[in-house]
Ligand binder design. Structure first.
Ligand SMILES: Cc1cc2nc3c(=O)[nH]c(=O)nc-3n(C[C@H](O)[C@H](O)[C@H](O)COP(=O)(O)OP(=O)(O)OC[C@H]3O[C@@H](n4cnc5c(N)ncnc54)[C@H](O)[C@@H]3O)c2cc1C
Length: 443
């Protein structure tokens, strides 16, 4: 039996409802106040705020509008838990760490306020997230994480035993887990479309197929060369995240694109979702090469993401691996087929932190580290406030050293090796589950 449904596609499931915009968008202007490179959440949130304040703004996008990670994402919405749990703030002074935590909490509130205020059609649901412990040792780590989150961020985190987790995910695959209620999910491509529409409504201009090829700073402004002609701007903003390429060499050396995959199942039979995700939570696990998954916003399908093997580079192959992981969690889905499987670039940084600031006279907001729906929207908004001179205080992520790695230019040759290391350690952690996953892949 093929695991692929009829009509299987490598386009994101999200594009069924809200595809990227390829229709012609009109000529480029000769001059503008602010040119923004990239039409994801970051560039669009900046465009919206600038346009609302009467600034002429033009978004320049290399492909169709909304073609980047923003319309490919898992759509899970969080504040900055990851910064605390991954130790990314360890290099901060206590004062800066407090500001960074304030800023990360602000990202979650900002997103909810923005969607509410602008009445964006984004299917946002605050539904909580369950973190499943892959091993008993990971369960102990999650207990420590719950205490850390509560003491450092005030976020309520509840620990659930293996028996209690049944009420959250209808599975006994994990050794218990942690539940954080302050978590949500949205439809990322609808959110992207709604942001475009709000920004245009406020007066922003959008240009697709206008790849920025180079720029030069001069006389307090910037001359931007695009695939569709030249634009002179008072300010230029880089919002290219995991798609930062050779046209932006200084930024490319600091942002590592990591491919992540997601698959969508065909619609589940009636009643199945009630059994497997009774509270419609977002879910992830504690594997080093983690899985993240969720119900679709209409609660009919499961969307399951991750990097199932170290060297996977093909959507169909990824779907086979991701589906095996899904069946491990929910054996009752063994006959469910895959309708979509797609890829996208996550922007990792060498210090695991997001960065915003100015370089060579150009504003930038980059480095979601896999957690960018709320964060990159907020960073775009912050960059707009900075251009407008209206920030309450500089962000804790602003104007910090933005490290690269000696010898790293554009080819992340080390990524498959790092991923192989993660998979090997996941194998050592739970050999039986690892081997079961392999045999499910072959079945
Ligand atoms: C598979 C996947 C799953 C994810 N899941 C989640 C999740 O569940 N929760 C979460 O919080 N985050 C998640 N993320 C991360 C999140 O999606 C991103 O952080 C966020 O969408 C980045 O938004 P952005 O606007 O910064 O960049 P993008 O949306 O990637 O936009 C950048 C744009 O810049 C354009 N561009 C690049 N170079 C040029 C150029 N020279 N000229 C013109 N345009 C250019 C690109 O074409 C692209 O459209 C996920 C990411 C991926 C890939």
């Amino acid at each position: 039996m093929s695991i692929f449904a009829d009509g299987f596609t490598t386009d994101p499931y999200w594009w069924d409802a809200a595809p990227p915009e390829a229709a012609p968008t009109g000529p480029l202007p000769e001059t503008t106040d602010v040119a923004i490179i990239g039409s994801g959440f970051c560039g669009l949130a900046a465009a919206l705020e600038l346009a609302r304040n009467g600034v002429r703004v033009d978004v320049l996008e290399a492909g169709p509008l909304g073609i980047g990670a923003s319309s490919r994402s898992g759509g899970m919405v969080s504040s900055g838990q990851k910064l605390v749990l991954k130790g990314a703030l360890d290099s901060f002074t206590p004062e800066k760490a407090t500001e960074a935590l304030e800023d990360s909490r602000a990202t979650f509130e900002f997103l909810q306020t923005l969607i509410g205020r602008e009445q964006l059609d984004a299917d946002l649901q605050i539904c909580g997230r369950f973190f499943g412990a892959y091993t008993p040792a990971h369960f102990t780590t999650l207990q420590r994480h719950a205490e850390l989150l509560q003491s450092k961020t005030g976020v309520q985190a509840r620990i659930l035993s293996r028996a209690e987790q049944q009420a959250e995910i209808g599975s006994d695959f994990y050794h218990g887990g942690m539940l954080v209620e302050e978590y949500g999910g949205l439809h990322p491509s609808k959110y992207n479309r709604a942001l475009r529409s709000a920004a245009r409504g406020a007066g922003a201009h959008m240009h697709n197929f206008a790849r920025v090829e180079s720029w030069t700073s001069e006389n307090g402004g910037v001359t931007v060369q695009t695939a569709r002609g030249v634009v002179r701007a008072k300010h230029l903003m880089v919002a290219t995240n995991g798609y930062t390429a050779k046209e932006l060499p200084w930024f490319q050396r600091r942002v590592v694109p990591v491919t992540a995959f997601i698959m969508a199942t065909e619609p589940l039979a009636p009643g199945v979702m009630d059994a497997i995700l009774p509270k419609r939570r977002m879910v992830s696990d504690t594997r080093r090469e983690l899985s993240f998954y969720r119900p679709s916003p209409d609660h009919t399908r499961i969307l399951f993401g991750g990097r199932p093997t170290a060297f996977v580079n093909d959507e169909r192959e990824a779907a086979v691996g991701l589906r095996a992981r899904m069946v491990q969690v929910w054996p009752q889905l063994a006959d469910v087929k895959v309708s979509h499987a797609w890829r996208g670039n996550v922007a990792m940084t060498f210090d695991q932190l997001p960065h915003l600031g100015q370089e060579q006279g150009v504003h930038y907001a980059l480095g979601c580290n896999g957690n960018g729906v709320a964060l990159m929207s907020w960073m775009g908004h912050q960059t707009a406030l900075r251009i407008l001179g209206r920030q309450n205080r500089p962000s804790a992520f602003e104007n910090r050293p933005f490290p690269s790695m000696p010898g790293y230019h554009n080819r992340a040759w080390f990524l498959p090796l790092v991923s192989a290391g993660y998979h090997f350690r996941d194998f050592l952690d739970r050999p039986a589950a690892f081997l079961q996953e392999r045999s499910l892949r072959r079945a």
